[in-house]
Design a protein around this ligand. Structure first.
Ligand SMILES: Cc1cc2nc3c(=O)[nH]c(=O)nc-3n(C[C@H](O)[C@H](O)[C@H](O)COP(=O)(O)OP(=O)(O)OC[C@H]3O[C@@H](n4cnc5c(N)ncnc54)[C@H](O)[C@@H]3O)c2cc1C
Length: 289
């Protein structure tokens, strides 16, 4: 299959990309790694008249430590996975990236492309919500910061407006304490999008009680879903109490109405959520991931 005809524009910087978007309006689309956009164009599900290629915009690429992590939008998924800084400062990202597609796709696919594409079964959006990350969005009206929890609006839709671009993701330093990051997923095959995935960050106080909890689930709604009741139940508890883990799993799953499709029923996704949350908490208690 071949895409409809389009004009190709290469942007070597964020400024050039924004200028190209501004002069072409909603006829233009950014091209990053092309691993989602090009298949959609080949299937004629997307027919942009102008493609603005940011894949070689160096000022949009790279991982910088600043207490937390600043990750440029065109940083390749493979670079994120291989980064020692990622592993040291936000291990949840490294744990999750192993589940994102395959090495060949990760070598082209970008962090910004994954987040902007906003597939509700993708791994990285849930991780960014769990880490309380902030998206930097640049556009004709300037630069604005959007919390990850507000960035994902619905299926394949983000808070970005026409002419705007995701330029960077900022992952703040963790809350002080003993940080336990666990990512678990069930998929039909390794490298597929998740049927259900669970991203958890727990921070323990010096006596071993949970001081901070984030549990975010992919594949069960239009956006990554935070299990706030389960999070609240955990605060002040010890992670070595499996009864609490079972209860938190139940609390995470109960409010969900997951989608059903050819791969899994709604009930299956709900049950898997309860199991994965329980397993993630048990693993966090054992410092495993
Ligand atoms: C076989 C296969 C398996 C896959 N499995 C998974 C998986 O398990 N998990 C997963 O998460 N993904 C998976 N993917 C998708 C892959 O991770 C893509 O790379 C990713 O979704 C899109 O990143 P990209 O850089 O290729 O973006 P592109 O395809 O270039 O762009 C995707 C969309 O984002 C927009 N965009 C890109 N960059 C920006 C930006 N900086 N600002 C604003 N808009 C932007 C584009 O205009 C386009 O609409 C899979 C893909 C394939 C082909």
């Amino acid at each position: 299959m071949k895409p409809a005809a389009f004009t190709y524009v290469r942007a070597d910087s964020a400024e050039e990309a924004l200028a190209a978007l501004a002069s072409n309006g909603d006829d233009a689309k950014l091209l990053a790694g092309g691993q989602s956009l090009i298949p959609m164009m080949n299937l004629r599900l997307a027919q942009p008249e102008v493609l603005v290629d940011i894949g070689r915009a160096r000022d949009l690429e790279g991982i910088v430590r600043d207490g937390g992590l600043r990750i440029g939008a065109t940083t390749r998924q493979a670079a994120l996975l291989a980064s020692a800084d990622t592993l040291a400062h936000a291990p949840l990202i490294a744990h999750a990236m192993r589940y994102v597609s395959h090495p060949a796709i990760r070598s082209r696919g970008t962090v910004g492309g994954t987040l902007a594409h906003a597939d509700p079964a993708a791994e990285l959006p849930a991780v960014m919500v769990a880490l309380d990350a902030t998206m930097t969005v640049r556009g004709p009206a300037g630069t604005r910061k959007v919390p990850a929890s507000d960035f994902f609006v619905t299926h394949l839709t983000t808070a970005m407006e026409e002419g705007e671009m995701l330029s960077e993701v900022h992952v703040p330093p963790p809350v002080a304490g003993d940080v336990r990051d666990v990512f678990l997923e069930v998929a039909r095959r390794h490298g597929d999008y998740a049927l259900v995935a669970v991203a958890t960050r727990l921070v323990l106080d010096p006596s071993g009680n949970v001081a901070h909890a984030r549990i975010v689930v992919s594949g069960v709604g239009d956006v990554p879903v935070r299990a706030t009741e389960a999070e609240q139940r955990l605060v002040g508890e010890r992670l070595d109490d499996e009864v609490i883990a079972v209860e938190a799993g139940r609390l995470a799953a109960a409010p969900l109405s997951p989608p059903a499709d050819v791969h899994a029923s709604s009930r299956y996704r709900q049950d898997v959520t309860a199991v994965l949350v329980r397993r993630a908490l048990v693993a966090a208690g054992k410092e495993q991931s």
